[in-house]
Ligand binder design. Sequence first.
Ligand code: URP
Ligand code: ZN
Ligand code: ZN
Length: 469
Amino acid sequence: MKKLIKNGTVITSTGADPAEVLIDGETIVAVLQPGSEVAASAEAGADEIIDASGLYVIPGGVDGHTHMELPFGGTVASDDFENGTRAAAWGGTTTIVDFAVQRAGESVRDCLDQWFAKAEGKCAIDYGFHQIIGGVDDQSLKDMDALVDEGITSFKLFMAYPGVFLSDDGQILRAMQQAAGNGALIMMHAENGLAIDVLAEQAVERGETDPVNHGLVRRAEFESEATHRAIQLAKVGAAPLYIVHLSASEALEQVAIARDRGANVFAETCPQYLYLNVEDHMDRGFDGAAYVCSTPLRTKHAHHHEDLWKGLRTNDLSVVATDHCPFCMKDQKELGRDDFRAIPNGIGGVEHRMDLIYQGVVNGEITLPRWVELCATTPARMFGLYPKKGTIQPGADADIVLYDPNRTWTISEENHHMNMDHSAWEGFEINGHVHTVMSRGRVIIENDSYTGSTGHGQYLRRGLSDYLI
Ligand code: URP
Ligand code: ZN
Ligand code: ZN
């Protein structure tokens, strides 16, 4: 079955041009110049013509940071792989990389198998896994090598959440040395969890138990200190380092200094850190619980948003992911009604990343190619999925989004597809809208309907990061 997408503007990380895209089955086979002889003959041989007049033709989004069904804080993230990947598709994301979780004392192998079982036969779009190592020991270090051979080529460590996920500096160094040997990428949750817990305990002792305190005790200094420490450890461990969910200017500064010195250090941010803040979103009594996530939202009385947008332009921030980790208010966020420390951490947003970052184009913060690069191309390269994913070129999977820059709409809990009883993005006005989504050549969103199917999504055995040196 051959399909030709014509009359659209194809946007890749390198430019935006009128072009026609020929798909054969699941794969892009040609990108053609409109009006050329070869385009005419492609049209004559196509089984279906898709008219993309007035639309952008972009690679499907690659969200490198999601947590479907994550057990956390006595509950479980409210999107399973079926619902969460369908919501992703609605928003123009055609690949996710989710986090399998291992805690101290657990077998990495068994934990990973649990994640395979959760996802298999459920996903609307293709998916891969990172592995969280919550217990670094001789066995889990050995297991890292075996996982790399199976396509799990990145490992997340935590400097936060003492007693749950935290690795001490010695464990982190050992995991980095292991990664230096097997080619994996170390992903770091960089916050000083021990120091945070001191301030959190003191706040609760003073009776300051509202959600806003989550944002106040997780100080920017703690993020920047941990980021600096992770960078130094990675230098000694000789491993590439990827800082996840970076939110503070001070942490970005550490990444920029390291990169300027030539270190193989990368960082991701998320839409919540570009648009939301402590005062407007967390300081609203218990409703602020909807915005409890870690790293936290930052104060509006500093320049975090401006600095992060600048980092996206300068490539000190090279990826935008969602850290999609949804919890409902009812029965989930409510667990922390009397103590902010018991609020499960996370914001759901897998559906909105492409639209929210496109607002950066609308507002003049980034260019169209940079939008694609941040949301599709670089994550695909970073996580060993390129060039199958993240681009429009011959040989790539036909994961394609037709994006309508002229449609406007408003995000609401009433129109989203994530399994959440609220939206962190309620009332956000969006210029632009996903029009059509293809996953490996199959149309899964069109005419404001989902036309995909449960289990269409395939596991992606990932290669090593393109950014290894
Ligand atoms: O608040 C967050 N980010 N929840 C998910 C777990 C993590 O640290 O990424
Ligand atoms: Zn984290
Ligand atoms: Zn996360």
